[in-house]
Design a protein around this ligand. Structure first.
Ligand SMILES: [Zn+2]
Length: 60
């Protein structure tokens, strides 16, 4: 990775921040924030148990 200036680092961080909030808004719209079922790995909430199970499932 190339070393970047201070401004570049801040820009990258704010970009990630915006991305995070978009994901959060989407999760909220999907009802995931108050879903009854939680992924045991990352804690993301889902309305359906099978969705929570599939979230971070490791493929065989
Ligand atoms: Zn997960």
């Amino acid at each position: 990775m190339k070393p970047e200036g201070h401004e570049g680092t801040i820009l990258q961080k704010s970009k990630n921040y915006v991305k995070f909030h978009r994901l959060l808004a989407k999760a909220e719209a999907d009802g995931r924030l108050d879903g009854k079922h939680r992924c045991p790995v990352c804690g993301m909430r889902y309305l359906a148990a099978h969705e929570a199970d599939d979230c971070c499932r490791i493929e065989d």
